[in-house]
Structure formats: C-alpha cells, structure tokens
Ligand binder design. Structure first.
Ligand code: CA
Length: 227
C-alpha cells in the first residue's frame, strides 16, 4: 500500500513517514501542495495524508483539484485547524477523514487502516468519465448503456487512462505502469499506439462523443469535454 504524505513541516513529515514505514506502508512525502499534486498525477497512491496549511497552494485547493480530476483514493486531512467549519469544509471538498494536530500516532494508523479497508470495499471500484462507467469488480465497461467488449489489456489501459483523466498520459507512463516494462522502446511504442487505436474504436465508436484523445508528440488523455 502506497501512501503520500503532503506536509510542509519536516519534523512532522519525517515522524509520520517513519511511523508508517514501521507499519510496512510504502511512503512518499511532498513538502508543498504543488509537489503533492504533481506526485498524485504522476504516480499511483492508495491514500493521501494531507496537511491543510501549506505554503502556496493550500490543502483544500489541492483536495479540490484532486477530486475534480476524478482521483478517488481516500484523503485524510491532518491539520492544526480545529473549528467545525474547517472540518465541514474539508469533508465537503471530498476528504474522507479528519485528524486534528496534535494527534496520537496510533490513532492516525488506525484511521488509515480503516480508510484503506473501506477504500477496497467501495471507493475505487467504479470509475466514470462522461457517459462511460467502468466497474472494477465485475470487470465491465458500459458506455451509454452498451457493454463494451474489451480485452484484458484494453481494460487495463482504459482503467489507467480513467484514473489519470484530465491529465496527459505519456507513452513512458504506459510502458512502465500498464506494460510493466523498465524502458520505452520503438516496438513497444507501436504496440501502445495500436492498442490505443483499438481501444478508441471500441470506446468512442463512429459517432460517440470522443473521450480518448491523442496529444500529438506527448501522449494521450481521457476527458469528456472538447479542448
Ligand atoms: Ca503546515
């Protein structure tokens, strides 16, 4: 399980990192909202621990952006702010839980465990984009009421694009995360391009509104609105 901690105070961040690593979680730390947002866009995490008072882009803004992009992992807010308005605002913006500093470390771990359990049960089991819905339990993709017949690779590829919807997915990312190859290569690039065009034929069809887009020279993106 990978956890991202977005926290600007080095002492707090290090303590959380060490504590979670002792619980056998794989932990990454971001010191600013920008860095945190960059990491959640580029990598895959199972949960994010988010400090609200960050320099630059603050925690609530990061949270809003995360949810607007359709990223569904649980977010636990960690903050010194302690008013009811703060809690309500955080939960309204899509946080899953809230812990006020100073906190007891065992409580943080217990809450993380509970969120990850819940996350496995319901949260990340459905991905949506426009009129397309992916059911990760039944391994089924439906667009506008029609079930799409996808191969295993096409399903994985579409899932990856949906998890990064609104973001550009490069061929490097697909080679690494979907094809599990250490490096990109010309033959693999060809395979990726062929798979993408097959997937697009099935997803977008001849007349559907386009969900899968090629960004020339950069990669691909899944989004519902025309840019
Ligand atoms: Ca802070």
């Amino acid at each position: 399980m990978r956890i991202l901690v977005i926290e600007d105070e080095p002492k707090v961040a290090d303590a959380i990192r060490q504590g979670l690593e002792a619980e056998h979680y794989d932990v990454a730390v971001a010191r600013t909202g920008e860095e945190g947002f960059f990491l959640v866009s580029a990598e895959t995490f199972d949960l994010v621990v988010l400090d609200l008072a960050l320099p630059g882009r603050d925690g609530l803004e990061v949270l809003r952006t995360i949810r607007r992009r359709g990223l569904l992992f649980p977010v636990l807010i960690l903050t010194a702010r302690d008013t009811i308005e703060d809690r309500v605002q955080g939960l309204d913006q899509g946080a899953d839980d809230y812990l006020v500093k100073p906190f007891a470390f065992p409580e943080l771990v217990a809450r993380i465990r509970a969120l990850l359990r819940r996350g496995r049960l319901d949260q990340v089991l459905r991905l949506k984009l426009g009129d397309l819905e992916m059911d990760l339990v039944r391994h089924q993709v439906v667009r506008a009421g029609n079930v799409l017949e996808l191969t295993g690779r096409e399903f994985d590829l579409l899932e990856y694009l949906l998890r990064h919807q609104g973001h550009i997915v490069s061929r490097e990312m697909l080679a690494r995360d979907v094809w599990r190859q250490a490096a990109r290569s010309a033959p693999l690039d060809n395979v990726i391009d062929v798979q993408i065009s097959r997937l697009r034929r099935k997803v977008d069809g001849p007349s559907g509104r386009r969900l899968l887009h090629t960004i020339r020279g950069v990669g691909f993106t899944a989004r519902s609105e025309e840019a």
